[in-house]
Design a protein around this ligand. Structure first.
Ligand code: GAL
Length: 642
């Protein structure tokens, strides 16, 4: 597959006279794709019904004439001001009851039917007009669902839709009362119309209520996106994409992905390191200008699986892109350093090594006005080249020199489940019990051991892997419960596996209740950050500890005081704790050995990814590091034929 680069462009921000020059410079840099249109609603329809599509048509022509392929965005993330007068109830409301007002973006509630109708109208008009345009080669729906905490809304529109959703799911208030355990604290309902959203309660709401609201809110995103894809498909054969984000878990991306042809995500490594990661000050200092060595890779692997959701192809074959790639300092993190020279190139190559078809930099020219005026682009505001332009051009030249690097199925899989994230948020039991953090800790340990990893949704095909890790899955789907029969892989569950029913209650028999494995979690405890429990084989328990019982299973690891931590039988293992990095390294090392995989421990900052034909090695460290006798400079990319 031919890898390509692209850029995000806002023709509406610039005088028409410079469009052709911009397009020519993009083409000269070797760029293939240009994404446009996703915030342009007020320019397309300045007043209700006054449609001005000619400028967009001319922009598409100009870009297409330079040989660029257009990704056309639907503008539904930025409804114009007049829309609020038309639908006063369309604004979202936060959990504290505050209106999320006009004046930035994403000012809408997914549940508002009037706004949804207007979205369908504008998408229909765009799809009719541009669906067969020869330069439009892909579509993007909306922009970054969930960005700025916009998945959950506590508006009246959301409340009414939630009641309908509950009536569909439970059929009778009695069934709902039973499912949620509402006789507790006399919370029983006599009618679906009595049920409110789970905010502004005196103390915590019923976690079953919260979980139902989270499921509902995710479904609303799916429904909103599907309304657009159904329209676009009537008028266009071009693939439809959405640009997801880093560490956004509020909706089920696999479910949204089932309506899309390609998954994409917006990768801002330096911003993420600064504001989206729990880590030490030393780590943040060391990787300040490169980004965390695993955060991007994790999302590449996750969104590759999301990209497979529509075709139900094997997860490693999923189609995915980077729709927005950080080119220089961003504007939105607490501090915004510049990338180390070479990183804009490294990030693109890393994405390709994980199977990305395209990487588009955000944005072409830095805008001198409004909220993002301090956000770098490939050009400066005065149109001179910014540093990342030369790196992008270098990547386009290198792609031509490198033979095709097709995807390979990784030997190791990691299960990722959005509903588990919601369950543990609804009732964490320990203040820092965060699902993403737990799964990411396991992922990092695998990467430190030099592994290539496929991330899989909970219901995925688990054949043909050698090792599968499934930490923190609140409710186990059948095929994972039967893992011992479903796969020959070594499977490592825990902690907190199968610890809740789908209605957020404690199941009996007690968890993990894995067939053929005589293990019971007799008691759990959460630990403050100051408390660690050393393991006998190195490393320690942190955050979460389970007291395990069971005579038939073998104990493989204990605390220094002899309490079991890792138990198992044949190919199935259960880890009853959250571990620190050294602990995870130790347990992952054992699991790899059990699966017959040779770990390749890597120095801090060096990371690897295998494709079908090549091994790629990336140096995220600020100093040169050696791999197999070759010195790789800081920000260096190294590839070897396998
Ligand atoms: C993304 C968003 C873009 C732009 C960018 C800035 O989250 O999709 O529109 O705001 O961040 O880094």
């Amino acid at each position: 597959m031919k890898r390509t680069l692209g850029v995000c462009y806002y023709p509406e921000h610039w005088p028409e006279e410079i469009w052709a020059d911009d397009a020519g410079r993009m083409a000269n840099a070797g760029l293939t794709w240009v994404r446009i249109g996703e915030f342009a609603w007020s320019k397309l329809e300045p007043t209700p019904g006054d449609l001005r599509f000619e400028w967009l048509e001319r922009a598409i022509e100009t870009l297409g004439a330079a040989g660029l392929k257009v990704v056309l965005g639907t503008p539904t993330a930025t409804p114009p001001r007049w829309m609020i007068d038309r639908h006063p109830g369309m604004l979202a409301v936060d959990a504290a009851g505050n209106l999320r007002k006009f004046g930035s973006r994403r000012h809408y509630c997914f549940s508002h039917s009037g706004y949804l109708e207007d979205c369908k109208r504008i998408v229909t008009l765009l799809a009719e007009r541009f669906g067969r345009n020869r330069h439009v080669h892909a579509w993007q729906t909306d922009n970054e669902y969930g960005c700025h905490d916009t998945t959950l809304s506590y508006s009246d529109a959301a409340r009414d839709a939630f009641r309908d959703w509950l009536a569909q799911r439970y059929q009778s208030p009695d069934a709902l009362n039973r499912a949620w355990g509402n006789l507790f604290w006399s919370m029983e309902y006599g009618d679906f119309d009595e049920i409110d959203l789970p905010n502004q309660t005196v103390t915590e709401p019923n976690p079953a209520h919260v979980l139902a609201f989270r499921r509902f809110s995710s479904d609303q995103v799916v429904r909103f996106n599907r309304a657009q894809t159904e329209i676009i498909r009537k008028h266009s054969d071009a693939p439809i994409i959405h640009n997801y984000m880093g560490r956004v878990l509020e909706f089920d991306h696999f479910a949204v992905g089932a309506d899309l042809d390609i998954a994409s995500w917006d990768s801002y490594p330096l911003g993420f390191l600064s504001d989206r990661l729990e880590t030490t000050a030393e780590h943040k200092q060391r990787f300040l200008r490169q980004g965390d060595p695993d955060f991007q890779a994790f999302h590449h692997d996750l969104y590759r699986a999301v990209g497979a959701a529509r075709t139900a192809e094997a997860a490693h074959l999923g189609r995915w892109w980077i729709m927005e790639q950080q080119p220089g300092p961003v504007n939105w993190a607490p501090y915004n350093p510049a990338p180390l020279p070479g990183m804009a190139r490294l990030w693109a190559w890393e994405a390709f090594a994980h199977g990305a078809e395209a990487v588009c930099y955000f944005r072409w020219r830095q805008a001198p006005f409004a909220q993002e005026q301090m956000h770098a682009g490939l050009l400066r505001p005065d149109s001179a080249d910014a540093p990342a332009l030369a790196e992008a051009a270098q990547v386009t030249r290198e792609i031509g020199q490198l033979p095709d690097t097709g995807p390979a199925k990784a030997p190791v899989a990691l299960i990722f489940d959005y509903a588990s994230a919601w369950a543990w948020q609804a009732q964490p039991q320990g203040a820092d019990f965060d699902y993403f953090r737990l799964v990411f800790a396991a992922y990092r340990a695998l990467r430190r051991a030099g592994q290539s990893i496929d991330i899989l949704p909970p219901g995925a095909d688990i054949h043909d892997y050698r090792l599968i890790l499934a930490p923190g899955l609140a409710t186990l789907p059948q095929q994972l419960r039967n893992a011992r029969h479903e796969t020959k892989a070594v499977v490592l569950f825990g902690p907190r596996t199968n610890a809740k029913t789908v209605e957020m209650a404690i199941p009996v028999p007690l968890p993990p209740n894995l067939p053929g494995l005589d293990i019971t979690v007799a008691r759990v405890e959460s630990l403050p950050p100051s408390e660690t429990i050393p393991l006998s084989g190195g490393g320690a328990v942190r955050h979460w500890f389970e007291h395990l019982e069971g005579d038939a299973a073998q104990v493989f690891e204990t605390t220094v005081t002899g309490e079991p931590v890792l138990m198992g039988r044949d190919t199935v293992f259960y880890l009853g704790a959250w571990l620190d990095d050294a602990g995870f390294d130790q347990i992952v090392g054992r699991a790899l050995a059990e699966a017959g995989i040779e770990p390749e421990p890597l120095p801090d900052g060096l990371r690897m990814r295998d494709t079908a034909t090549h091994r790629f090695v990336f140096n995220y460290a600020p100093e040169p590091l050696a791999y197999d006798g070759t010195e790789i400079p800081a920000a260096g990319v190294h590839w070897i034929r396998k």
